[in-house]
Structures are given as C-alpha cells and as structure tokens.
Design a protein around this ligand. Sequence first.
Ligand code: ZN
Length: 333
Amino acid sequence: MELFSRIDAHVHFPADTSQAQQIVRDARLKVVNVCVDDQELGGVAAQRQWYRALAITQPELFAWITSFDLCGFPSPQWKQRVLEQLREDFTGEGAAVGCKVWKNIGMELRDPATNQWVFIDDARFDPVFSFLQQQRKAVLMHIGEPLACWQELDPASPHYGYYSTQPQWHWYGRNDVPSHARLIASRDAIAQRYPHLAVVGAHYGSLESDLAEIAARFERYPNFFVDTSGRLVDMALQAGRDRQKVRDFFLRYSDRLIWGTDPVCLCPLSQMDEQTRQARQSQAQRLWAKEWRFFATNDELNFNGAKICGLALPETVLKKLFVDNARRIYVGV
Ligand SMILES: [Zn+2]
C-alpha cells in the first residue's frame, strides 16, 4: 500500500519552525492540534494562539481543536466568557474545527458550593454542548482514563510509564474517587442528550481495553466516534492475542474511527532547546511511521518486547481511518 496524504486528527505539536513543518510535510500529513485545559501544556489561552496562528499561516499542514478553561465555573460570567471565546474560535480565518473537553472534568473539578465532583453531564455544561451542536462543531471528549488508572501498577501495562510518574492520576486503591463506569456514563449521557452533536471519544473513548464496549456504544449512539490516539500499544497487544478480532472491529466500524497519534509538546518547538526539539521531532516521526505500518501492513513489529503482526487493513478502510472520517466529522479540517 502506497503512502497517501493523511490527517493526524490528534496531536499537541506546535510546529512553528520550518524544520518541524518540513517533517510534517515529508510524512504526508496534515495535523490537527488539540488544545487541552492543562497548565502543563501551556494553558488554553496560549495554545489557542499557537494553534490558530499555524492554521492561518499553513492551512495545508495545520488545523486545530479549541478548548475552554474552568476558571470561575459555574458562574454566569464563566458561561458567558466560554461561549464568547468559542464563538471567536469558530469564526473567521483559521477557525477551529471542534472543541475538546478533558478528564479534569469528572476527575478534578469540584463544585465550589458543595465540594462534590462535577461530571461532564452536569446541566451547567449544557449551554456549551447546545452551542457546539448548533455550530455543527464536533466535541472531542477525553473523559475518564484507561482501566489501568484504577488498577495496581503493572510494569507490563502500556500505561505503566504514565501512572508511575503521574501519581495524581493513578487511582488504584482509592475509594474517595469516581469509578471508570461513572465517568464513561457521563460521556455517554452527552451523546444521548445531543443526537446531532458529533461526539468523539479520545483514546478509543477510554475503552481501549474492551472493543465490545466500544462497539456497544457505536450501536447505541449513531453520533459517537472514537479516535485512536495514544493507544497504539494497547491495540497492538490485543492484536497479538487475537488479530482477527481487532481486524474485524476496524472493518466493521470503519466509519466511526478517526486516526490520531497524540505526540505531546509542552511548548512551541521554536522555544525548546535544540536537544529537546530534535527528540520531540524524531519521536513524532517514529510514531507516525509505526502507526502506518501497524494499520496498513502485515509487517512484524516490536511492541513492549513482543513481535506483533500489523493489521494490513484494506485500502478502502485505511482511506476512511486516515482521511475521510476526520474530514466528515471535523468539518473544515
Ligand atoms: Zn492528547
């Protein structure tokens, strides 16, 4: 299968140098930068500026997905500010193609009056979802986490590196936190409540460990999609156990899956020291190459020490996964 021009619909890759842009071009990609309400990634305000500027100056290489922060939630001023910001982000040159919500909703946010957890299906977010639906903008929802978040640290898990270094997000043994099921249900509730809103579950909708659970939601909610970002190893290890099952899932739901990879940069590449910049660039290049080989070829690839055969999906499916679904769901990408 010859490499064709593709859309990576989930990156955090502020490639504001000509070298980094050439790398994106050489990989035959257009990338969709995703804003995250996370100070570690620069905060929403800064990311909006980086990513929109790239979409304006290099529209053939970059699109972007906006987000909003929770400062002042749930005051009327918060609501008004968020709606005004989204309207601005969706208007004019370099407009955003969607809006992201992050796991801090459901896993961090507390009601200032009651100190109770606030979930994404809380009615106080309804004005945002109504607006997105009315604007025909997709919502990319990273709600919840992989099950590994609630499980004991396991060096064999693809998530070991993350949870062993991010203890604030590792909830094993805690009984004072919401369950995986509660968080997934809060996301499902939005797909149900807004049937004309395209709801994209990031990272296979935090259900990467159970394809049947994803399939059940595809059947239940025609407006539900998932992106594949950041979960290549999860999917490859499952293919190592049962390649046919994983392959069948991709064939059956080829209209509902959007390819993304999720490389993470904490600041624009021009602001990194040379060593970090080179490392981030080659990481992204390696990831793009390996993802393609896994989905498009039957090459034997190394994942966590295991040799696993790629899925060799047919060209019609690859075109949907790598291009057409993103174009249809993130209108204007
Ligand atoms: Zn991401």
